[in-house]
Design a protein around this ligand. Sequence first.
Ligand SMILES: *Cc1c(COP(=O)(O)O)cnc(C)c1O
Length: 223
Amino acid sequence: MITEHLLQIKSKLPSDVQLVAVSKTKPNKDILEAYNAGQRIFGENHVQELTQKYEDLPKDIEWHMIGHLQRNKVKYIVPFVSLIHGVHSFKLLKEINKQAKAINRTIDILIQFHIAEEDTKFGFSLDEAKEMLDAEQFPTYNNVRVRGVMGMATFTDNQEQIHQEFRTLHMYFQELKGHYFNRNNDFSIISMGMSGDYKIAIVEGGNMVRVGSAIFGERNYAE
Ligand SMILES: *Cc1c(COP(=O)(O)O)cnc(C)c1O
């Protein structure tokens, strides 16, 4: 079933949209099934689970940290992580830079924006992000590479609201691209959309979708 679901979703994605298979709570055998069907990018939201899976599974997997990351856990994932989606504060960015520098790596990150109405979701406002990017010391953080933006829409049946929220994130991307990353082709990723709303995200210009349950089935326990 996993292979079938994965291939079906992939066959309908535009060629410029990257699929992150969200494997949180799922066992290694499920991940290997998707891997054997050609999937290489997987997303996890807990540091300990991510680290364990990295150790156990094929080394050509690109692991994305998609969840809320605490500063004191950054050091555990920095050695191997490919992309950190949820950079929600300047302090977190500084810590990623510090740990990356210590092992001579450069870590790709996305700036997380708060676009949903729920305040349980983390992220910058546009002004806060600009404040960080304008900070005098920002250019000294050479061990992080800002690749784009990430956001989560409100959990709602209101499709128009989801469209609006993703449209807002796309606008933030354009704004930052124009002001700060004009001649920087690395700044290119708009990570938005999950199983329930990735089709809307693509319509609104997303080019990286994070899909879990539509590939692996429902999760048994809350994340
Ligand atoms: C769990 C999770 C997803 C995937 O959710 P599904 O609804 O299972 O597709 C995507 N993004 C983030 C940040 C998540 O925590």
